[in-house]
Design a protein around this ligand. Structure first.
Ligand code: GUN
Length: 297
């Protein structure tokens, strides 16, 4: 029987632990705060940001939101970040990606104070992660790591294949999987658009993390029987539904579900974990900035 990995349930446990720490920190006079910044007209980005604000409310984190016109000059975003960097009540800053074409993402990510960079995208935090001394693990790969741990998926010595090499998921995911740690020690291959013979790589994979951003890209017929399949994709595809679309992952769920030993659904797998780990990082950021110990695994 294929195990369906329940991201909602594991995320609820993370949120409970975070809520306890928020309450403890608040008693110590440190009310954690997260600022979200949206500079986009993209409907999906708007939805993600509003969900993040709702999540904050649920666990007692104060949320602040700044919206910048998508056509505004980049300097407006820089000034917003400078202002948030200087605020004592803001411990985490998240600038929702993607940004408009006229705004340079690298410059923006470098402008966020590294100690408030709850995405873990600032080069200082990327470097720390690679060095095995992470301050903030990026939320999606961290969420995947928690899911694997919660379902006792052995990474030690496993052959893992990460499909996708993005800065947000693929690269940090691979880095976490290769770390010398109980949740790492996997022999990890990163596949991407120029990979030759992806099928051969997938055929040997005990763990597959699909993060290519292409709907139903990984077919069940290419998987090793019993593999753990983690689907990071959240793709909106046209469908005859009330909203006019449905969400599908990067894995063809129907063909994969009987081959895999365990699999994450979309929605309800990785998505809730990404959101929960943002709350986790925000509380961690507040503790670090105010020099209060935070007790989160
Ligand atoms: N857009 C898609 N995923 C993410 C993420 O993890 N962080 C930010 N800031 N933007 C995103």
């Amino acid at each position: 029987m294929t195990e369906i990995i329940d991201g909602e349930s594991v995320a609820a446990d993370v949120r409970d632990a975070v809520a306890d720490e928020v309450s403890r920190l608040s008693d110590a006079g440190v009310g954690p705060g997260l600022a979200t910044v949206l500079m986009s007209d993209d409907a999906a980005s708007e939805t993600y940001v509003s969900m993040k604000q709702r999540d904050c409310e649920e666990v007692g984190i104060e949320s602040f939101h700044v919206e910048i016109d998508a056509g505004a000059p980049a300097s407006e975003l820089y000034e917003t970040i400078d202002d948030l960097n200087g605020r004592d009540d803001v411990h985490g800053i998240l600038v929702q990606l993607p940004l408009p074409d006229h705004v340079d993402k690298r410059t923006v990510l470098r402008r966020i104070a590294p100690e408030k960079d709850v995405d873990g995208f600032h080069p200082e935090n990327v470097g720390r992660l690679v060095a095995g001394d992470a301050r903030f693990k990026p939320c999606t790969p961290h969420g995947v790591q928690k899911l694997l741990d919660a379902y006792d998926v052995e990474t030690e010595g496993a052959d893992a294949v990460v499909v996708g090499r993005s800065d947000i998921v693929g690269k940090p995911m691979a880095n976490l999987l290769i770390q010398k740690s109980p949740t790492g020690n996997a022999t990890t291959t990163v596949c991407h658009s120029r990979t030759e013979d992806l099928e051969a790589k997938l055929a040997g994979a005990d763990i597959v993390v699909a993060a290519a951003g292409i709907p139903e890209f990984v077919d069940g017929s290419t998987l090793k029987s019993g593999a753990t399949v983690i689907d990071v994709g959240i793709n909106r595809v046209d469908a005859d539904t009330e909203k006019g679309y449905e969400l599908v992952g990067d894995v063809d769920y129907e063909s994969a579900k009987d081959v895999a030993g365990a699999i994450t659904p979309v929605p309800g797998g990785v998505g809730p974990m990404t959101r929960a780990m943002l709350l986790y990082n925000t509380v961690k950021a507040a503790g670090l900035q105010r020099d209060v110990a935070v007790d989160l695994e």
